[in-house]
Design a protein around this ligand. Structure first.
Ligand code: SF4
Length: 210
């Protein structure tokens, strides 16, 4: 069992490695690699496809227009951004925002798996079809997966839309928000159950020792 400090250190080592990574062709055209950000003791890990232009420029995940959609949905679900961890399956921006290629997904996946091992989230939320396949592998379709109970090594996986899809089809916003709200409720229920019959929830200190 690793301590919070050891997990934080491992997450930081992964971040530094990603920033300098040249393992696939995407390093050649990036401005900044985008490792992701958030809490090492986050119960919820959100995984998108890849950085876009704003993320490439800033080195931070989901800071452009799609990021504002995500922020609004997190706020509606009462999930402060710093209480979750947000990243992508591919950490460098593909040229002209094209879809990541399968070899790029496969090469970069090791970093995501390392982050999952450090954070040990209760739920992984995949944002869009590429993130879903990047996390669970090829053959997973978003439409079918949204209604199924999915797992990765014992961690529940919830598949929902990418916030950029909501930008282009505002009718998806209600569904997207509802998906995040359900995740927030299920995580809160889990915390309450673990608190025992007294109904007392784990303190931040207890949560921090996960
Ligand atoms: S996309 Fe991933 S594997 Fe490719 S250079 Fe960036 S960090 Fe490295």
């Amino acid at each position: 069992m690793f301590s919070r400090e050891e997990r934080q250190q491992a997450l930081e080592t992964t971040r530094v490695t990603i920033r300098a990574c040249t393992r696939c062709r995407l390093h050649a055209s990036r401005t900044n690699a985008v490792p992701g950000e958030g809490s090492v003791v986050a119960f919820i890990l959100l995984v998108g496809e890849a950085p876009g232009r704003d993320e490439d420029a800033s080195g931070r995940p989901f800071v452009g227009r799609a990021g504002r959609i995500l922020d609004a949905a997190l706020e509606a679900a009462r999930l402060p951004r710093d209480s979750v961890f947000i990243t992508n399956v591919v950490k460098c921006r593909p040229p002209k925002n094209r879809r990541p290629k399968s070899d790029e997904l496969a090469t970069c996946r090791a970093y995501l798996m390392g982050q999952i091992a450090c954070i040990r989230p209760r739920v992984i939320v995949t944002l869009g079809a590429t993130a879903l396949r990047g996390v669970l592998g090829p053959g997973h379709e978003l439409k079918a997966s949204r209604r199924r109970v999915l797992h990765l090594g014992g961690i529940r996986v919830v598949a929902t839309y990418h916030p950029a899809a909501v930008l282009y089809n505002r009718r998806l916003e209600r569904v997207f928000r509802s998906d995040l709200e359900k995740v927030a409720r299920s995580v809160a229920r889990g915390a309450a159950t673990r608190a025992g019959p007294s109904g007392r929830r784990p303190s931040r200190g207890r949560a921090a020792k996960r």
